[in-house]
Unconditional design. Structure first.
Length: 661
């Protein structure tokens, strides 16, 4: 049977797939072919990742105790120079590469460096051995100067390839350390890709906070300086993270007048340490900064889990100590939400989720941080009982609010699904309400788009209600006609808060109502009809800020391995002249939401982390509301003459090219 199948294959069906088709990329060529694998893309964030890689190497020297000063200099021409007074990159011949210095091997070979064995660095951020070599590969110019053993050496590279040998420049008795100067390659990042002085300034400042023993000097060309970015500055913070947090909190009133800040070495030789600083402002959305070996890990990870566990167990133990019986219901979010947290961890051989190191995955980090923080937090609470009770009361208030909101959502959902599900067969795809985020109802144009939205949604927090075409214009319809309309009845039942005089936003089953229509004229018309419905039938829902407009893209632009989405023609033109300037761009137009696959719909329109929403609100003052009502009556009301007059008065503002399109 198998032989028969092979016999049926057409002759030559293997094409030209033989040994000659197998490519072997050498040196740094893989980095230039696929830069996204190493720096996360070719956008502005990836560009600044190069700066972070070089600065991290200098910080590793400081943390290891070999350097106490780092200089970061941004010159015109997009040239960045980072200097440390550490040991200097070794310049002697590498034993495995005869004729090549260790410096050249490090700059031109992936997975080479002094951080694998742990002999040169007890803790470090760059463990993959690709940092400075990747920077070299993605730079049109790189110059390395090393002052070592009272001699100065230098070598230059272009796009990862040496332009000459390592040169010995002569004696330098008063200098030591490494200087890396580079210019990112415009062939990779585009002609308009330049370092942002404010972003580099903030990066340098944050590194100084993370290690109290280092002084970081900032310089930039006078033409690049601004009100927020001086031409020169010196950063040194003896208090470390506590100094950083004090600056961030400023004059805001906090639950405890004293921050919970401290540090703890881990047991064992060179096992590392943890440093933290936490405040609980009375009114704050909260902010969280997680670091491992001075590397920002914006997505948190196992060190974050350890801190959460220490805080939760500590506050529960204190509650038991003072006789508070409700402590068993305290969850980590009750103590973390709204707080300002900074956690810096130093450990050997950290494991990250990817080369960009956005998330720490080292399993032992959770245990180490929890053990380090827990005792300190217990003392922080019990050393001053009034302080401990104040924080406990704050946490219990958040716990009560969380449990109340959860109970309300469950009651509303049970009531609606038990009493009204028969009225909405196959229409409303509800969320479970089990997520910690707020719930959302997406009102989607058409069953096709509704199908994509159902696959793209977060089942815990996002519900989908498809509507068929253009709903009734309530501004020009009678009350009987409104009540008889099936689409409006379904929408009112899904929301559960009633209409007109019976409208009570407290009974609204979702925290957000998101109108999600196609990014074209018909979609805008449907969105207008829906906004008119909410303005007339549920004005208090709008006034309280529950109504939003989604912002789906109209175009997908692609050049090479880079893609971007454009909201409209103007945004498309902007991207073509900025992000894709001078490059051949393939443009795909989405005829509707239903043409987008679920992944694209999630990424561009539904994921809270990457989407854009427009909140629809009403002016608080009476005159403002009256003006809105007058506009709605003129444009959506029963008198067509008012609309005709509006069109006549605004006709001159229309772009003729858009009419032709």
């Amino acid at each position: 049977m198998v032989d028969d199948l092979f016999d049926k294959l057409p002759a030559g069906s293997g094409g030209d797939y033989d040994g000659s088709a197998i490519e072997v990329l050498e040196g740094l060529e893989p980095v230039r072919r696929r830069p996204g694998m190493y720096v996360g893309g070719i956008d502005e964030r990836a560009l600044h990742h190069l700066a972070a890689e070089v600065l991290d190497n200098a910080m590793d020297e400081a943390v290891a105790g070999h350097a106490n000063r780092i200089e970061v200099t941004l010159d015109e021409g997009n040239r960045l120079t980072i200097t440390d007074n550490g040991r200097g990159i070794p310049v002697d011949e590498h034993p495995k590469f005869p004729g090549k210095s260790a410096l050249e091997v490090i700059l031109t070979t992936l997975h080479s460096g002094g951080k694998f064995s742990g002999k040169a660095y007890a803790t470090s951020g760059g463990l993959h051995g690709v940092g400075v070599s990747v920077v070299n590969a993605l730079s049109s110019f790189t110059r390395i100067e090393v002052a070592r053993n009272k001699e100065l050496y230098a070598q230059e590279f272009a796009r990862g390839i040496p332009t000459g040998p390592l040169k010995k420049l002569g004696p330098t008795p008063n200098r030591r350390g490494t200087t890396v100067s580079f210019i990112p390659d415009t062939e990779i990042f585009g002609d308009d890709a330049t370092f942002k002085p404010a972003r580099l300034f903030k990066l340098a400042r944050s590194k100084a906070y993370l290690y109290a023993g280092v002084e970081i000097r900032w310089k930039c060309a006078a033409s690049l300086a601004s009100g927020d970015v001086p031409a020169e500055a010196v950063f040194q913070f003896p208090g470390g993270l506590a100094d950083h947090l004090a600056e961030q909190v400023g004059e805001r009133e906090c639950v405890t007048t004293k921050f919970f800040a401290g540090s703890q070495d881990f047991p064992g030789t060179d096992q590392g340490r943890a440093e933290w600083a936490i405040a609980w402002p009375l009114w704050s959305d909260g902010s969280y900064s997680w670091y491992c070996n001075t590397i920002p890990t914006p997505d948190g990870g196992t060190h974050e889990q350890g801190l959460r566990a220490a805080l939760t167990k500590g506050i529960r133990a204190f509650a038991d100590l003072v006789g508070q019986k409700k402590a068993k219901d305290i969850a980590p979010e009750d103590i973390v939400t709204g707080s300002e947290i900074m956690l810096s961890l130093f450990i050997r051989d950290p494991q990250f989720q990817s080369q960009t190191k956005d998330r720490l995955t080292s399993p032992e980090a959770a245990r180490m941080v929890e053990n380090a923080v827990r005792d300190h937090f217990d003392h922080f609470l019990s050393d001053n009982m009034e302080r401990g009770k104040a924080l406990l009361g704050h946490v219990l208030e958040r716990m009560d609010e969380r449990l109340r909101r959860k109970a309300e959502r469950e009651i509303k959902r049970k009531t609606a699904t038990s009493a009204k599900r028969l009225r909405l067969p196959g229409k409303l795809t509800d969320c479970t309400g089990e997520g910690s985020g707020e719930t959302e109802l997406f009102i989607v144009e058409g069953d096709s788009a509704g199908g994509s939205a159902k696959q793209a949604r977060d089942r815990k927090t996002q519900a989908i209600l498809p509507i068929r075409g253009k709903i009734l214009n309530v501004a020009s319809a009678t009350l009987d006609k409104i009540r008889a309309n099936t689409e409006i009845a379904d929408l009112a039942l899904a929301l559960g808060c009633g209409m007109r005089k019976d409208c009570n936003p407290d009974n609204l089953r979702y925290d957000r109502i998101v109108i999600m229509t196609d990014a074209d004229v018909d979609g805008a018309h449907i969105a207008t009809l829906l906004m008119t419905f909410f303005f007339q039938e549920m004005p208090e829902v709008v006034r309280r800020g529950h109504l939003y407009l989604a912002q789906p893209p109209l175009y997908r632009l692609t050049a090479g391995n880079q893609s971007a989405y454009a909201r409209d023609d103007a945004h498309r033109a902007e991207l073509e002249t900025t992000l894709f300037k001078g490059r051949k761009v393939e443009v795909g137009r989405f005829k509707g939401l239903g043409e987008m696959n679920p992944q694209q719909l999630r990424e561009t329109t539904m994921n809270p982390a990457s989407r854009s929403l427009v909140r629809i609100t009403l002016p608080p003052e009476y005159e403002g509301r009256a003006a809105v009502k007058d506009l709605v009556d003129r444009l959506m009301g029963r008198d067509p003459a008012q609309r005709f007059m509006f069109i006549q008065n605004r006709a001159g503002e229309i772009d003729p090219e858009l009419i032709d399109a």
